[in-house]
Design a protein around this ligand. Structure first.
Ligand SMILES: Nc1ncnc2c1ncn2[C@@H]1O[C@H](COP(=O)(O)OP(=O)(O)OP(=O)(O)O)[C@@H](O)[C@H]1O
Length: 209
């Protein structure tokens, strides 16, 4: 469950004040957030992830009001309950795909379940790459690894920042399907922000900022 109420944010005193529309997502509901460049999409996603603190208002993830957590509580909460997908993934380039996924589980304080890793790699067509170092992967493989890293610890919320904007139509729909499948499998909420209107067809809930 994701719920925001009267969320306001300002980078600095002299900067504009963002006032975001309220969001309510029940279990397993997904949301697409659209809007032109500079309107505040990434800012909103970072507020949902607890990477930024609102000036006022609240962000609830399940029963936890995350904007009231301390930095260290937030790090733990995010590590265990959230999966973040960025345009460029943050895997450690000198480690193998497998070791990156194991490290992700370790830092989430979740058991290192090799069967679950193998199954996810299979689903994301990354099985052949598991012993490869990240710096040896293709762009498409890197993108799919970003999704694997975001979901391996079974997060309750998956937040994706422009996951498809640099992709052709075929890869755009493949990435969208993968994100939705993983959200469904984990019974998680999926929130995607983008200016890529091709994604509209895959979502019932859409907010335009
Ligand atoms: N750290 C920051 N300090 C001050 N202003 C910022 C900061 N980050 C973003 N902004 C400003 O806040 C506004 C919203 O930025 P944001 O990145 O949320 O927009 P966006 O809708 O995601 O844009 P895009 O689609 O181009 O990525 C922009 O005007 C941007 O310049």
């Amino acid at each position: 469950m994701v719920q925001t109420d009267n969320l306001k944010f300002q980078y600095k005193k002299a900067e504009p004040l963002f006032h975001f529309p309220n969001i309510t997502l029940e279990e397993q509901e997904n949301l697409l957030i659209l809007g032109k460049s500079g309107i505040g999409k990434t800012t909103l996603l970072h507020l949902l992830a607890g990477l930024l603190k609102p000036v006022s208002g609240s962000v609830m993830i399940d029963d936890v009001q995350i904007n009231r957590l301390s930095h260290s509580q937030l790090d733990t909460f995010r590590g265990q309950n959230m999966g973040l997908v960025f345009q460029k993934n943050h895997a450690v380039r000198s480690l193998t795909v497998l070791d990156n996924l194991k490290a992700r589980l370790f830092f989430s304080k979740k058991p290192i379940d090799l069967a679950a890793i193998a199954s996810l790699l299979e689903q994301l067509d990354l099985k052949e790459t598991q012993k490869k170092k990240v710096n040896e992967l293709s762009e498409g493989q890197l993108q799919r690894l970003g999704i694997a890293m975001a979901v391996i610890h079974n997060p309750q919320v998956i937040l994706a920042d422009e996951p498809t904007s640099s992709l052709d139509d075929e890869n755009c729909s493949a990435v969208m399907q993968l994100l939705q499948q993983q959200a469904e499998k984990n019974q998680a909420n999926l929130v995607v922000i983008t200016h890529d209107i091709r994604m509209k067809s895959g979502f019932k809930n859409i907010i335009t900022l």
